[in-house]
Design a protein around this ligand. Sequence first.
Ligand SMILES: C[S@@+](CC[C@H](N)C(=O)[O-])C[C@H]1O[C@@H](n2cnc3c(N)ncnc32)[C@H](O)[C@@H]1O
Length: 215
Amino acid sequence: MTEQQATLADDPLHGSSAVREFLGDTYPRVLAFAELLAEQGPEKGLIGPREPARLWERHILNSAAVMPFLPDGVVADVGSGAGLPGMVLAAMDPSRDYVLIEPMERRVQWLFESSRHCGIDNVRILRGRAEEVAESVEADAITARAVAAVDKLVKWCSPLLSPTGSMVLLKGRSAQDEIDRAKYTLRKHRLVGEVHEAGTIEGVEPTTVVTLTRV
Ligand SMILES: C[S@@+](CC[C@H](N)C(=O)[O-])C[C@H]1O[C@@H](n2cnc3c(N)ncnc32)[C@H](O)[C@@H]1O
């Protein structure tokens, strides 16, 4: 039996004043992206069929929570997939350039289509693995969500980082363990890891964010 497909109308946060206030002027662009992702994401295999019913908390606000941790400058989102967090951040932050890096052709196509459809034009979309694109990216910050453990991400992504750049990773409960397991790699790349709980709106679970900054 196939799972019932939920819609964005099933999400209790959809249209809420708390979400509108949190996103301010950027709400229409983020909303356009959320609507498109809820409509096409399950069919395109970007999110599960039940995800539209919890899209705001679990995906959009979860992505938005990293914004206060970003330093100035260019942000590269590694393994953007559905556009999380990269497309959400770019929609919220139109004066900054974002590079979305994704190896899978179908997902890259989605990133092009959704940026065009939602008028999110401050993104450069690169098809490739993080390890393959160092020649065309120098970022002040790297974001990644659900891509790989800290140790691997540092090995893949440090060639993309500017000398003073930092990494801002969305993680789960294993955040501190991942930092501990990556200690030799972090030391080699002169990075120090810290775990933060990043809130967005009241009643929404905070996002665990790992920052890796240069020493
Ligand atoms: C589980 S998905 C997460 C996608 C998105 N960040 C999200 O949170 O919904 C992992 C993504 O990382 C991409 N990926 C895997 N290895 C990668 C690599 N070495 N460099 C860049 N992206 C990679 C995959 O193609 C996939 O789209």
